[in-house]
Design a binder for this molecule. Structure first.
Ligand SMILES: NC(=O)c1ccc[n+]([C@@H]2O[C@H](COP(=O)([O-])OP(=O)(O)OC[C@H]3O[C@@H](n4cnc5c(N)ncnc54)[C@H](O)[C@@H]3O)[C@@H](O)[C@H]2O)c1
Length: 339
């Protein structure tokens, strides 16, 4: 079978990682990437020898890119001519405008969490609702926080059935290098319920969810504590075994040194993972406990890389590469080295 052809539009924090993710999928081909300006990410790509073809989404800026030593293969239109599907990872809100271009071409697209839900036919999570994305033209991924949260809740839901969750999200305010958020020193509290709880209910309508969101002035990883009400009682050993068996969840121990939002990032760097990326979320083992029948535990979500696996799943669903969730996530996991 020939490989499906994928283009990535918007080569920022997420787009870089999606491009790398596509390259790792043995049944997909990255045709190229598109961006509008000579960003640091594009300068780094050029310095690395231009492993990906760059198409300029604003042709007026081609001379500026070339002056910065960034080779340009063509315009974004040239990229769109060649692909079966676009991963749109542009700045939040730009995807909606780009959708008009994709629609005119009859081209499928996957959008990221910063877009409004109505940009897509389906609000998508590879593990929780893969089948809903089958054959759909426009899919939108859950945000990084919600992707990690749903992974963990879906894992328990398939094990024992979950009726309700209450979550507290400690959210990193900015990605490393994001100076536009300013120099901050506060923990910003939002009204309940947070968008992650509302989004979880859209993807998993059988679960009642609410929760609190607190923004904190850090750049690496969200921390989420989750109180989940199971439909029948379950032991800590069973919860732990389910998390341990999940290819996109890593169980870590605070006593081993995984005691902060940055531990996972540092560990990923020590593993030699490109950019210090970690596709898995982490469950802190010592946080798993019970309040009555309710399961209480805490996870860490590496915000920059976590959506990559579910975005690969979205390509598989939209292009009907695999008919079932089990087959699709298994392919994505295999190619990303997730065991
Ligand atoms: N940063 C995160 O941790 C994170 C996590 C999950 C989801 N998301 C979502 O992913 C999306 C992208 O976020 P990001 O953090 O990568 O943003 P970013 O600002 O790092 O990258 C966006 C890129 O899009 C480019 N761009 C802007 N307009 C364009 C256009 N018309 N055509 C082509 N390229 C264009 C910009 O130059 C930039 O390089 C957003 O929807 C965001 O909410 C971000």
């Amino acid at each position: 079978m020939s490989k499906v052809k994928v283009g990535v539009v918007g080569y920022g924090v997420i787009g870089q990682r999606l491009a790398d993710g596509v390259v790792r999928q043995g049944d997909m081909e990255l045709v190229g990437i598109a961006d509008v300006a000579p960003t640091l990410a594009l300068r780094a790509l050029a310095e690395k020898g231009m492993p990906y073809k760059l198409y300029c989404a604003n042709p007026d800026n081609i001379p500026q890119m070339e002056a910065a030593g960034i080779p340009v293969t063509g315009t974004a239109d040239d990229l769109l001519d060649q692909v079966d599907i676009v991963l749109d990872a542009t700045s939040a809100g730009v995807g909606r405008k780009n959708k008009e271009i994709y629609q005119k071409r009859g081209l499928k697209a996957v959008f990221q969490g910063g877009e409004k839900n109505d940009v897509a036919d389906v609000f998508f999570h590879g593990y929780a609702n893969y089948e809903k994305g089958l054959g759909k033209d426009y899919l939108k991924l859950t945000s990084c926080n919600t992707t990690g949260l749903i992974r963990a809740v879906d894992c328990l839901d398939r094990l024992v059935g979950i009726e309700r969750v209450v979550v507290t999200i400690v959210r990193r305010s900015a990605d490393p290098g994001d100076t536009h958020r300013g120099v901050v020193d506060l923990a910003l509290v939002e009204p309940v319920p947070n968008h992650q709880a509302k989004d979880l209910m859209l993807i998993m309508p059988h679960i009642e969810a609410t929760g609190l969101l607190v923004h904190v002035p850090t750049t690496h990883g969200h921390i989420i504590s989750i109180l989940a009400t199971p439909k029948k009682s379950i032991s800590k050993e069973e919860v732990l075994a389910a998390f341990n068996a999940h290819p996109r969840i890593r169980v870590v121990r605070i006593t081993d040194g995984f005691n902060s939002n940055t531990a996972l990032f540092r560990y990923a760097r020590d593993l030699g993972n490109p950019r210090g990326d970690m596709y898995e979320i982490a469950v802190f083992e010592e946080t798993i406990t019970f309040s009555g029948n309710n399961i209480f535990f805490t996870i860490s979500v590496p915000q920059e890389a976590v959506v990559t696996p579910e975005t690969m799943d979205a390509i598989r669903a939209s292009l009907m590469m695999q008919a079932t969730r089990e087959e699709a996530v298994a392919m994505t996991n295999k190619y990303l080295g997730l065991k």
